[in-house]
Design a protein around this ligand. Sequence first.
Ligand SMILES: Cc1ncc(C[n+]2csc(CCOP(=O)(O)OP(=O)(O)O)c2C)c(N)n1
Ligand SMILES: [Mg+2]
Length: 890
Amino acid sequence: MQKRSFFDDVDPAETREWLEALESVVEREGPERAAWLLDAITNEAQEQGVYRTHLNTPYLNTIAPKDEAAIPGDMFMERRIRSLIRWNAMATVMRANIDNDDELGGHIASFASSATLYDVGFNHFFRAPSEENEGDLVFFQGHSAPGVYARAYLEGRISEEQLDNFRREVDGKGLSSYPHPWLMPDFWQFPTVSMGLGPIQAIYQAHIMKYLQNRELIQKDNRKVWAFLGDGEMDEPESLGALGLAGREKLDNLVFVVNCNLQRLDGPVRGNGKIIQELEGVFRGAGWNVIKVVWGRLWDPLLEKDSKGLLRRRMEECVDGEYQAYKKNGGAYTREHFFGESPELKKLVEHMSDDDVYRLNRGGHDPFKVYAAYHEAVNHTGRPTVILAKTVKGYATGAGEAVNKTHQMKKLDLESLKDFRDRFDMPFTDEQLEDVPYYRPTDDSPELRYMKEQRDKLGGYMPVRRRKASQQLAIPGLDVFANFLEGSGDREISTTMAFVRMMSTLIKDKQIGDRVVPIVPDEARTFGMEGLFRQLGIYSSGGQKYEPEDAGQIMYYREEKKGRILEEGINEAGAMSGWLAAATSYSIHDFILIPFYIYYSMFGFQRVGDLTWAAGDSQARGFLLGATAGRTTLNGEGLQHQDGHSHILSGTVPNCVSYDPTYSYELAVIIQDGLRRMYEDNERVFYYLTLMNENYIHGAMPEGAEEGIRKGMYLLREGKAKTKKSPKVQLLGSGTILREVEAAAELLREDFGVAADVWSVTSFNELRREGLKMDRDEMLNPEGERPASWIEKCLDGRSGPVIASTDYMRAYADQIRPWVKAPYAVLGTDGFGRSDSRQKLRHFFEVDRYFVVLAALNALRKEGKVEVGLVKQAIEKYGIDTDKPYPVMH
Ligand SMILES: Cc1ncc(C[n+]2csc(CCOP(=O)(O)OP(=O)(O)O)c2C)c(N)n1
Ligand SMILES: [Mg+2]
């Protein structure tokens, strides 16, 4: 069937009849009945083979003028305030770049397009934390930060000096380039500037807020999460990937505002289409309430006169590339190219000047339309809302308006600056414009008083970030894990099993049990956590509406409204965002949570690395557990699964503390220490621990090992020399490969008479960090005495070369080389993983006991401590194929 345009009406009389019927139903029986009838007709149409595909409504405002909630307040005053903010935002960026060749950067055009969207929010909607509740959460678009600073400047929260130090962060008196809680911990709550992370974080903040409310851990109030996003940003998979969750979970505490200025960095977002229409379909399909704010109120009279639908048709058929050109080229061009399409349309605007035509405003620049949309959004229940607001990129910036290169514009030319000044009534002479001064009326001016009053009504100024929770948690001592310190007896267990038991222990703790949040991305059974399903329940806002298939079993699949486990499905980015929301709950909700997110280590840092970086910026506190870790330890899954580098990646996040423990007592010490550091001492760190699925016997904690476990290494076993002359080596191992290293020590003694001290290295990353810090301190205090690093302390007085072997790339263990004073050889699992037995893989990657022995003997040979014959003997004895392929590129 040929698809017709909506406007190709072959029988207008018939159409009118149908429409009138609908109108009368709405009038007599209300919109709900009308919607019901439409559903019935749609269902019937489907039965009759009438095929409809689109999820779109016409390219018009969703809220009809007659249904718009009226904006309260003084509109002239608000325009005046907005003008001040616009000016100061622009001045901030310009001044930062005037004298230094644009070196510092910054953006003018983005905020110029979204000023009204923010202002209506600030004046009427965003609630600050107050006695009543913890306030609304607002995700600001990263590169619109100058607008937020400009407002804070008028409010007296930011000084002129700070504005002048926009993007000068090193000396600590400036303003961060973008929203960064790490750099401005009392101001910004959420890092957003990596496109796509704002939307997904906002969804999960709303999700976790509901989770806390449903578990009755925080008050059930009407707090909202607002996310201000770019239309170009919506192309990121992270932006759209969790929309379904928001719809399914009915997150009516969530409002997205997509600033559809039709442009991204290089050019139009959808030159050949319409981004608003495309997004409408996507969001509606995901179960969102969609409010389009396309046209400003100056269009209303024209639309009213459009009895034949010609204007509507024209609006529908134009693409964004054309809409952009209208704003760039002005009123005469718009008259000719938009209205000039037909004589009747042209007539519609014949009474208007070119300037009037140019000023026909877009919805996102009209506070009346924006207010009506926000009002509807915050009162909507049962679904999240997205507001698709059409704006102009570089609005009012003269030569910068709607041009393709506007995104990177950091200065206005003098003519544009004069226009800007005149348009927004700034009291500057032409000469004064040269250095683009800021403008702040006095504190008792009507403008600043009005701003303050509006904010007072909403609880105070924003954004504002809480540094730490008002309550302290009582973290249990290490004795809570007493069982694990004694070893597993003759039971073979994995560190994953040990971890699950430790988490269960914590959940039972009276003081902190409630705070523990297990998070899994459809992997609980893999880690042996299914027992927790019934015990803790899986969080489901809708409860459980079915009898689970396994209801009769002890460990059945129990979903519950007050369930505790966050089962986020096969969605690592989502689960990570959920963890991030829980890990910042101490700040966002003034309620500390202790989240444990456990996942396949391979699908952690390398999959969602940018979110882990954002976690660092956010000062998240919690545990990430990379399970099934180790290139040769998760042996059967192959190349895409077997992780030998997550510790390299975790080491790149400055405040991520990572460990690769082997034995359960190590894990116990590390988790308890992490709890203490994060929740008692409020250190700005989070933890990454690798867990393995290999079963083995765990010994008891050696006396005095605790400090070393925390610092990164301790002596596990002293090597016994056969004779006084026996050569000595120091063997380092971590994770499961530590056990190969222990075996190697035996072989060295038995087969070659070499004495080997065995060190368990719980964290090469932490050892390196400490070493670097000491070197740096020494460099700055060359006369002072250099305290020894922990590695140096450990190895001091020990003799022989040092050999390390791990289940990670060589770079992991190699990191400590500067502080190992003896010759140092490193074995690791560089190269692609593959499936085989653990034994074969460890031999393939050359990290097993035989290679440790070989490396040790070779190191002794180089030192002249043993003959080359002994090395050859080892090769022969252990059947090492000297022609074996090089695993790195095999
Ligand atoms: C992940 C990521 N990729 C690229 C960028 C660089 N970048 C910053 S803003 C921008 C364009 C943004 O366009 P849009 O989302 O439409 O926002 P607008 O400025 O138009 O409001 C780009 C590409 C980024 N910040 N993050
Ligand atoms: Mg854009």
